[in-house]
Design a protein around this ligand. Sequence first.
Ligand SMILES: [Zn+2]
Length: 419
Amino acid sequence: MTLRTNPSLLARGLAAVLGLACSLSLAPVAAHAQSGAAPTGAVQLTGMRTWTSPGGTRVVFDFSSPVTFVAPDSGSSAQLVVAVPTPGISAAAGVPSELGLADSAVTAVRPIFDANGVRFWIQLVPGSSFHVFTLAADADKPFRVVVDVQRPGAKAAEEKRFTAIAQGKKKTRTRLVVIDAGHGGEDFGARGPGPVHEKNVTLAIARRLADTLNNVPGVRAVLTRDGDFFIPLTERYKIAEKMKADLFISIHCNSSRRRGRGSGSEVYFLSLKGASDQADQDLADSENAADLVGGVSPQAEDDVVGVLYEVKRNAMLERSQMLAETLLDHMAADRRVESRGIKQAGFRVLKSVEFPSALVETAFINNPREVLLLKNAAFQARMANQLATGVRAYFAKAGISLAPNDSSSGAPAADTGSR
Ligand SMILES: [Zn+2]
C-alpha cells in the first residue's frame, strides 16, 4: 500500500495522517535497544545501506519478511518519512541506529522504532526528488524497501555532460565507443564462489577496456557507469544515444546456475524474433530481469515506427552481427577460454537502432577454473586487450577510418554510413 497524496503535505503531517508519533526532531530511538533475537515470527529490519551514483542516492532497507510501507510513491521534499506500521518489528543485531552520509542527495537516514512499527526519517538535500518502491526477495536478497533520491540539478548536469561528450567527439572527429559494465549497486548479477559478484568483474573489465581504447588514436571510450550503482537497461543505451556513440558493448559474466553446466565465452547481438535456442532465451530473460531491481515496470515492446525505421534497424543488426563476430574472433584468439560462438537473443540493453551493439559474456563466473581467470587482473587486462583489438578490427572491416585525436591535424574522418 502506498499513499498517493501531496508529498510535501505528507512529509510535514505524516504523523497526524497515520496516527503515529512523528516528531522528527526526536533524538533517535536506539535501534540497538531493540536488537537481538526476534520473537518467532516477528519481522526484523536486517540491513540498511546506500548506493551513490552521479544522479543521486539509493537507500535500501532489508526486512526478514515482506512488509507494507506507508509513504508517498514519489515527490520532491527536504525530508521523507517512510513508515512500516508492523507492531513488534525490531532491528537485527548489527543494524546501525543511523546512517550518516556525506552525500549530495541524502544527509541522514534514521530508523525510529515504537509500538506501532518503525519509521525511517530520511533527510534530503532540499529540492531532491524521490521514488519509493519494494523489491521482492530473491535467491540472494531479502525483501527490500527502496528509496531512490535524485539530487537537484543532477539530471541537467548529466544531460550537459552527455552533450559535451557528443560535441567533443564531433570536434575531434573521434569514434565513440560506449562500454557498459553489466549490473551494479543492488543488482549484483551472477555469483561465483568466494563470493565473486558479476557486477564487480564487469566493471573491472569495462574500465580496462575503456583505458585500452582511450590509447587508440581516433577512438574515445566512455563508461555507462564508473562506480557501483544501478542503471536501468533502457537507460544504458539511451545514455549512449545522447553521447552519439558509434558502438555499444555491454560486458557480462555467464553462470551455469541459469544455463546448466558451462564454460567459455560468447557474444550476443539482438534478435527481433526470439533467441538462437532456449538456453539463450533463458540467459536473455535473466539479464533482462535486472530492470526489476530498478523498480522499472516491464514495458511493452516498442511499436514498429515505419519503413525507414525498419531499414535503419536492419542495417544496424547487420553491423551488430559483424561486431559480435569480430569481438569473439579476437577473444577466441587468446585461447584461455573456449569460444561458444555468436548468438542472438532479445537482450533489452541491445535495442538501440542508432549504433551497432553487442553483449559479451566473458566467461562463466561459477565455473571453478574460469572464476579464477575472471578475478585475475592479468586475465582482465588480456580480455580488455583482445576486445579493444576486436573494436579496431571492426572499424577497419566496416570501412570506418580512425582520425587522430588531435582535431587540428589531418583530414576529416570518412563517414561510411556509421554515425
Ligand atoms: Zn549479466
